[in-house]
Design a protein around this ligand. Structure first.
Ligand code: SF4
Ligand code: SF4
Ligand code: SF4
Ligand code: FES
Length: 950
């Protein structure tokens, strides 16, 4: 029985996972012939023949366990009644799933379960969505002969400690699906079945509350539980959903597909979608549970304007807001020139919104002053991978990890920042793949249940390029180069020059040991393992890109992969783990000042003419300003108007003092966002945005996968961003005509060769596609550069190590590096407005015990964190995960001001800021910094005046 009405349910649960053997077997089930891959269970074979065998402990996301004895079948010529979930199909078998004997046995099993289960079905939150209830019906259970007088589990207390789900042991049937989900799917091993027989029960950690245990709140156990034992609190509160919409998570670059499940216009649950090609039915705490921000009371739903940033905000109509914005931008251009305004697109917004935004800037503003938040995260990825291979994107799909034999993880912390992919990595590592981690800090992946890195190379921050050259030295000088691959696929002259360069003695692990701080023998061991261990896959993150040599390091990794032949097939590659949900897409859509969509330079006549013809307007052939240039020009008085969509530059960009000076200098700042963020404190116009639940569009994840975002509820502010941008463009004198985002995608496909085959119809048909999606590859391209590189020959580039100008010294003897934590997301605008604060309600400074002791710092002390750029304060956490001399913090809470400390050094090629290396001093303090006091004052002013204006 189900109460879902128009719900588009996940595909049928066939009980056991799909097998992909090349050999098949043919058998007969209930008289029906069925052919399945060898190794397929009888339960799955029956399901494929349209026969659903009753089951409780089996589900097709988990390996079979065979504990509930409900799925018994009879096999001709064999004694007994084997469990169909654990019995493989064999050629010639004749199987019966429905006989009187089986029916009696199943009723007996169900009777025992139900006799120790509360009979509160009608008032239970899972009523209508409970497999135990379904199975009782399926086996025809009509009576329970045993009373409730004997021992039972009915009086057991609920564990409500997790903010998002409850654990009610009185309803548990000890099927162990939750335990197996935590192990097999999530890889956390937080749950066990404790004790034996009647006393056996599910235990989180060492019989702890869920909240105190190792549980990371991914929800896999809740998803797997066939009863109401593990249950989402929102479903308990609001009831089971009536309809669902398939969409894409709006948090990180993994791009998980979800079913947004609703009652009317209220979301009651986000369930990871089993057929989602990036996540295969898995999720993390953010996408699964932390969606409440979308309807948070602090959402701004009306446009607002003010003359000066000290004035109160005044709510206005959309017409007035758009008219005022256009008149301000026109006024500024008339006074300061065409190039005096610009805009910043958002990697949180859809591809269509980003495309329309950059089109408005190029066509209506009449300049190329468009940049994006990828500037401060993965711009070196675009530059480096395009230079080496010809395409500004990662080389593989996520599924490729299943065939990796060695994973080289550099400057990434997947268990916190890309949790669903981290679970895939851990799964493969438990199967026997090897792991090398290059990171200053001992990230969780270095040692986690049943996973241990073969090498952790804890290098000093800022020495990545010295490290990659040392790895290359070993490969080049120990005969580990894949000569055939290089000869066939790469420019051999450039390769020879590179080989000569890296073979120089100063690049040896022994010579670089005093630069990187990593013992030479470990570097040699890691290089040999990567080069000779089978398929070698590089995964990297912002610990690579956010350096003054970020682009050099991307090129260095590309060199390593080419030299060892680790490209162009499954299990290998150079794979950026992208930060935001649509950072790949925002780059693809032409958000950089020098490139149109598809990474075509604005100075190239061919592409420019194409856009000029299609858009009917003359376009500027000169690249525009990057974000840091916009700030500098604002301070110089030549850049006076900025439209910021979905990015909080006042919090996320480095050297806050410089950023706020630039923002304060401008005459018109427009913030288009869900909340009054930190940048809005400097804004004159606030345009309310729509959350991912409120609009149609697409996101492109880290594996170039274009997935649909579907409108589940109407926009609270009345308009999605693409509509607002189109109206503003019209007010500026350049009308755009779109009735639906699908028409924008049609235009993108028309003008962008790598998107030529993309359409909403295709996305609806296939679920998602990975670009390039062209006539030659109509269903997309999971693996790039098969049989040759997109640019022709792979390009080796010399990667000279140049130490950063940011040096430690007597005043600032420690290096600060920054990163993320699982429960919070980037500037925290979304996650801070959810119960995720239970796990991380402030940013903390991690410091090594020696450094703490030298400074008299104890656990939890407030410390001042000072750099040449500024100072702030936060509490200290003493941790051996740090190496001496290096401290670490996150940047999720604006009041901690992590970016007050960071400097404006940046990558030589792309200006990506050097967030990962700042020389600092740490000392005890008992008060907040001056900046923090000023910040609190500004916030008070902002909020009171906002309330006063309502
Ligand atoms: S929520 Fe995830 S991590 Fe926590 S117990 Fe369940 S499966 Fe394990
Ligand atoms: S909590 Fe749910 S999944 Fe876990 S053993 Fe109990 S009934 Fe099975
Ligand atoms: S891994 Fe990323 S995309 Fe997937 S649910 Fe978590 S935050 Fe969302
Ligand atoms: S479903 Fe097969 S034994 Fe439980």
């Amino acid at each position: 029985m189900t109460i879902h009405t128009d719900i588009d349910r996940s595909p049928i649960d066939r009980g056991t996972p799909e097998k992909t053997a090349t050999q098949s077997v043919t058998l007969e089930i209930d008289g029906m012939p069925v052919t399945v891959p060898a190794g397929t269970s009888l339960m799955r074979a029956a399901s494929l023949a349209g026969i659903q065998v009753p089951k409780l402990c089996a589900t097709d996301s988990l390996e079979p366990f065979g504990s509930c004895r409900l799925c018994l079948v009879e096999i001709a010529g064999r004694k007994g009644t084997p469990a169909s979930c654990t019995t493989p199909a064999e050629n010639g078998m004749k199987v019966s799933t429905q006989t009187d004997r089986l029916a009696k046995l199943r009723r007996g099993v169900m009777e025992l379960y139900i006799s120790d289960h509360p009979l509160d079905c009608l008032t239970c939150a899972a009523n209508g969505d409970c497999e135990l209830q379904d199975m009782a019906g399926a086996v025809g259970l009509r009576e329970v002969r045993y009373g409730y007088d004997g021992d039972n589990h009915l009086g057991q207390a609920k564990d409500e400690s997790n903010p998002y789900f409850t654990f009610d042991p009185s309803k548990c049937i000890v099927c162990s699906r939750c335990v197996r989900a935590c192990e097999e799917v999530q890889g956390t091993f937080a749950l066990t079945i404790d004790e034996r027989g009647f006393a056996s029960h599910v235990s989180a950690g060492m019989n702890e509350d869920f909240l105190d245990s190792e549980c990371v709140s991914c929800g896999a156990c809740v998803q797997a539980c066939p009863t109401a034992t593990l249950m989402e609190k929102t479903v308990i509160q609001h009831g089971t959903p009536e309809r669902s919409v398939i969409t894409t998570c709006a948090y990180c670059g993994v791009g998980c597909t979800f079913e947004a499940e609703l009652q009317g216009d209220r979301v009651v649950r986000m369930t990871p979608y089993k057929d989602g090609k990036a996540n295969h039915g898995h999720s993390c705490v953010k996408g699964r549970f932390a969606w409440g921000y979308a309807t948070h009371k602090e959402r701004i739903t009306k446009p607002m304007i003010r003359k000066k940033i000290t004035d109160p905000w005044r709510e206005v109509s959309w017409d007035e807001a758009i008219g005022y914005t256009a008149s301000e931008f026109k006024r500024i251009q008339a006074k300061y020139g065409k190039g005096s305004i610009g805009g910043i697109t958002s990697s949180r917004c859809t591809n269509e919104e980003v495309y329309v935004m950059q089109k408005m800037i190029r066509a209506a503003f009449g300049n190329n002053n468009v940049d994006t938040c990828a500037r401060v995260c993965h711009s070196p990825t675009g530059y480096g991978l395009k230079t080496a291979f010809g395409t500004s994107a990662g080389t593989q799909d996520f599924d490729s990890v299943n065939e990796a034999d060695v994973m080289l993880v550099i400057g990434a912390n997947p268990t916190d920042a890309h949790p669903v992919f981290a679970s895939r990595m851990k799964h493969r590592l438990r199967e026997g793949a090897k792991l090398i981690v290059i990171d200053p800090r001992q990230i969780d992946l270095v040692r986690t249940p049943h996973v241990e890195a073969s090498y952790h190379l804890p290098l000093k921050p800022g020495t990545n390029v010295a490290m990659v050259n040392a790895l290359a030295y070993v490969i080049a000088t120990e005969g580990l180069v894949d000569e055939k691959f290089v000869a066939e696929n790469c420019d051999v002259t450039e390769f020879n020059a590179w080989r000569d360069f890296v073979s120089r003695p100063e690049h040896s692990p022994e010579a670089t040991e005093n630069i990187t701080g990593v013992p030479a023998k470990d570097v040699r061991g890691a290089a040999r393992l990567y080069a000779t261990g089978g398929n070698g896959a590089i995964y990297y993150g912002l610990g690579v890109t956010e350096h003054s040599q970020g682009s050099t390091m991307v090129l260095g990794m590309a060199n390593l992969a080419m030299a060892t032949g680790n490209l162009g097939r499954n299990g290998v590659g150079v794979n950026p783990l992208r930060g935001q949900n649509n950072v790949q897409g925002s780059c693809d859509m032409g958000s950089f000042p020098h490139e149109y969509s598809g990474y075509r330079h604005v100075s190239e006549e061919g592409p420019r003419k194409l856009f000029e013809k299609d858009w009917g307007v003359a376009l500027d052939p000169e690249p525009g300003l990057r974000i840091p240039n916009m700030f500098d020009s604002a301070i110089d008085g030549t850049f006076m108007g900025l439209y910021v969509q979905g990015e909080d530059i006042a919090q996320s960009d480095p050297n806050t003092h410089h950023v706020t000076a630039a923002l304060s200098a401008m005459e018109c700042i427009v913030v288009h966002d869900l909340f009054l963020n930190e940048t809005a404190a400097f804004a004159h116009i606030f345009l309310p945005g729509a959350s991912f639940l409120e609009k149609d569009g697409t996101f492109t994840n880290a594996e170039r996968r274009i997935g649909r975002v579907r409108k589940a509820i109407p926009p609270m502010c009345g308009m999605a961003e693409w509509e607002v941008t189109a109206r503003l463009s019209a007010a500026l004198g350049y009308p755009m005509h779109y009735n639906h985002p699908s028409e924008i995608m049609d235009e993108i496909a028309r003008l962008t060769p790598t998107f030529a085959g993309v359409s909403y119809a295709k996305l609806d048909e296939l679920g998602s596609v990975q670009w390039p999606c062209t006539e030659k590859a109509p269903e997309g391209t999971p693996i790039m550069h098969i049989g040759g590189f997109a640019r022709g020959k792979g390009k080796f580039v010399i990667t000279e190590y140049v130490p950063t100008d940011e040096r430690v010294g007597p005043r600032f003897p420690l290096i600060l590096t920054t990163g993320r934590i699982l429960s919070q997301y980037n500037v925290g605008a979304q996650t801070r407005r959810t119960s995720n604060n239970v796990w991380h309600d402030e940013d903390i400074l991690e410091i090594h015990p020696h450094d703490a002791e030298d400074r008299g710092i104890r656990e939890g002390d407030r410390v001042a964190l000072v750099s040449r750029a500024g100072d702030t304060s936060m509490r200290a956490h003493i941790s051996e995960r740090m190496q001496p001399g290096v401290v670490y913090t996150t940047f999720h809470h604006p009041e901690s001001g992590a970016n007050v400390i960071t400097t404006d050094y940046s990558d030589w090629a792309t200006n990506c800021p050097e967030y990962k290396v700042t020389a600092v001093e740490v000392r005890l303090t008992n008060h907040e910094s001056r900046w923090q006091e000023d910040y609190a004052e500004l916030q008070k002013l902002q909020r009171i005046e906002t309330v006063a204006a309502e």
